[in-house]
Design a protein around this ligand. Structure first.
Ligand SMILES: [Zn+2]
Length: 405
């Protein structure tokens, strides 16, 4: 029997009040409120839910997270500062020490996943360490967790060389194997400052991406001109290889501390190459100017990145509060700016991840979240809790708690 749910009185981002008819997990009919088509009850298993005018948004897109290295739900681990300014190698060493004493990885990953789902994220991109220090161990665990949660959330995995590619023996072969095992993308890490060989690092990343038809998402913390140079190199390769829409640079701090004219040029180059930029508006770092990049046509998306891990203790797995942070740090006050921050964690995220059938639209998968707000700008500034999260038309979480597992 066909399963159908009619959600009455849903408020959409444009302010309209509608009825949403969901059949077998997809939006089939969207009508003005009170105009939902009548159904033949003999052939349909029907449920009716009155949303009472709550704002309905497509499920959030968690575009950058680390399921393998978070300690969320585990014992509190006090942050250890670097001995002489931020140093990626030193942080990686702290992480190895912390992980050795942590709760089992699958438990920690599930804790984090349920936190994200409870807040309304139903699509995610997680980086997973694959390098000479841990081999494929992390990936094997996270692949199993992904499988277990596949009915609840769509997860893309990035083979992430946390200890570098050229400076961690055996890593290119491990990355190759990770893509065979089921990673959707290949990652990278500061080709200049970490491996000190931009060309060599990117040759491996883009070579394996081409070999496996995989996407690319590179961690780039390098600032200023050094960061900009690498962004340009990544954009040039993307364009040359015809990989527009399949490449992202995460963090790209450098875009946040270069002159306006250089940023304009970089924005045009990124837009033409179809390279997306991920920012989580982090603590005390300069970060990519969201409005200027969007203006240039660049897809800007976001993610929680680290939650209670060896890099920082913050993070709540809530992409609506992340939109708030992006808006706050970007100086967004006007409604259209607040709506832009919301777009970063919804539609722009879906575009960056290449999600098909996303949104509140006929034919799209009925993955959505109800928000107790008058409209999108209010949701971004107020970050209301009390949400219900629907996966394919079925409630899976309410008030930040899982209803199903
Ligand atoms: Zn990261």
């Amino acid at each position: 029997m066909t399963e159908q749910t009619i959600f009455l009185n849903a408020k959409l981002a444009d302010g309209s009040l509608v009825d949403l008819t969901v059949t077998d997990g997809r939006f089939r009919v969207i009508t003005p409120a009170g105009k939902a088509p009548s159904v033949d009850l003999a052939s349909i298993d029907l449920a009716i839910i009155d949303l009472g005018g709550q704002l309905v948004a497509p499920a959030f897109v968690e575009g950058h997270i680390h399921l393998d290295t978070s300690f969320y739900g585990d014992a509190w681990r006090p942050h250890i500062p670097c001995s002489n300014g931020f140093d990626v190698r030193e942080r990686v060493a702290f992480q190895a020490r912390n992980l050795a004493a942590a709760a089992p990885m699958d438990e920690r990953a599930k804790n984090q996943l349920e936190l994200c789902i409870g807040n309304g994220s139903l699509a995610m991109r997680s980086h997973v360490m694959v390098d000479g220090s841990v081999g494929l161990k992390h990936l094997e665990t996270i692949l199993a967790v992904r499988k277990q949660y596949r009915d609840l959330i769509d997860i893309q995995l990035v083979a992430f060389p946390q200890s570098g590619i050229l400076s961690s023996p055996g890593t290119p072969d491990l990355l190759d194997e990770a893509l065979k095992l089921g990673c959707d993308l290949i990652g990278g890490l500061d080709p200049a400052s970490f491996d000190r060989d931009v060309k060599g690092h990117l040759d491996v990343v883009f070579g394996l991406a081409q070999k496996h038809g995989a996407g690319v998402d590179i961690h780039l913390h390098d600032g200023g001109t050094l960061g900009l140079f690498q962004v340009e190199e990544i954009a040039a390769r993307t364009k040359a290889l015809g990989m527009q829409g399949h490449v992202a640079v995460s963090h790209a701090y450098g875009l946040g501390d270069i002159p306006a004219d250089a940023l304009l040029k970089a924005g045009e180059m990124l837009a033409a190459a179809g390279v997306a930029i991920m920012t989580n508006a982090p603590g005390n770092h300069a970060f990519p100017p969201v409005a200027a990049l969007r203006q240039a046509g660049v897809t800007v998306f976001s993610g929680s990145d680290n939650i209670r891990d060896s890099w920082w203790p913050y993070g709540d797995g809530d992409m609506l509060s992340r939109a708030n942070m992006i808006g706050h740090r970007s100086g967004f006050y006007e409604d259209h700016e607040l709506a832009a921050a919301f777009d970063v964690v919804t539609h722009a995220g879906a575009k960056a991840l290449g999600l098909e059938s996303y949104g509140i639209a006929v034919g799209a998968s009925a993955d959505f979240v109800t928000l107790q707000a008058q409209h999108v700008p209010e949701a971004v500034v107020a970050v209301p809790k009390g949400r219900t999260v629907y996966r394919r038309g079925r409630a899976v979480a309410k008030d930040s708690k899982m209803l199903v597992r």
